[in-house]
Design a protein around this ligand. Structure first.
Ligand SMILES: [Zn+2]
Length: 260
């Protein structure tokens, strides 16, 4: 029987490494096959190079990062700030989901600091939702309606667009895989200058470190952690289906998470 699959779906090259890669690595250690897909090419992420050159540089970097993670690489589907909730992208992403048949989809927070992240989250949710709908045509035939869980990463800055704090439902201890996560992020070399110029991040590596340590402190138990919220099961699985629990001692339910 083939290994169960997990797919991380990020908006831009380096988002998976920022928010999701530790959990993805732990799934690999637990025997899952892991997949890596950035919806956009990253073509706007430079003030030094034009869009075509930037697209090419970042494709090379993303492939290198996926290799470091030991993940199957999937090509991007569009360009930066062109991640719209449209039919073309939905069909393309649904085809990938049907091909990979993930039991876990890791993606962005539904509320985040920029539209590409939020739209990626919506596209990922719908693509998984229609994995088993035969009359929705894509390059891959519909799967059966096997159980699939979707987890949303924490938003950038841990805040929603109206500055309200987003609290994770689940903490995953990423301390043991943090070095590899960092190496994968470092593969996105072109982002050092760009993020300094455009978003006043002193160092994108340091930003990830701080984020990971902050979530670790929130967990009150782990040094490095990633936080997740599980999507409503309706249309996806049995109510209690929570395969993050297969990460065993790395999994911690947040006692401070409120459903109301
Ligand atoms: Zn991004």
């Amino acid at each position: 029987m083939p290994a169960k699959a997990v797919i991380a779906i990020g908006a831009h090259p380096d988002d998976i490494e920022f928010y999701m890669a530790g959990t993805l690595l732990l799934f690999k250690k637990a025997g899952f096959e892991i997949h890596y897909l950035n919806v956009a090419s990253g073509n706007c992420g430079s003030t030094e190079y034009n869009a075509a050159t930037t697209r090419s540089i970042r494709n090379t970097e993303a492939r290198a990062a996926a290799k470091i993670l030991g993940a199957h690489f999937h090509s991007n589907l569009t360009d930066d700030l062109e991640i719209l909730y449209n039919l073309e992208l939905l069909r393309a992403l649904t085809a990938v989901i049907r091909e990979v048949k993930p039991v876990v989809v890791l993606t962005h927070s539904p509320q985040d600091y920029m539209e590409d992240h939020m739209t990626t989250s919506r596209l990922a949710v719908t693509a998984a939702f229609i994995r088993g709908v035969p009359n929705y045509a894509t390059d891959y035939a519909a799967t059966n309606n096997y159980d699939c869980a979707i987890y949303h990463a924490l938003p950038h800055s841990l805040l929603d667009p109206l500055r309200r704090k987003v609290i994770p439902e689940i903490f995953i201890d990423t301390s043991t895989v943090h070095t590899v996560k960092r190496e994968a992020l470092e593969a996105h070399k072109s982002q050092q200058n760009w993020l300094e110029d455009s978003q006043k991040m002193n160092s994108y590596i340091q930003s990830m470190e701080n984020f990971s340590l902050t979530v670790g402190v929130m967990s009150k138990r782990f040094e490095h952690a990633e936080g997740w919220r599980r999507h409503l099961h309706v249309g996806f699985s049995e109510e209690g289906f929570d395969p993050l629990k297969e990460l065993g001692e790395h999994y911690l339910a947040n006692e401070n998470y409120k459903f109301e």
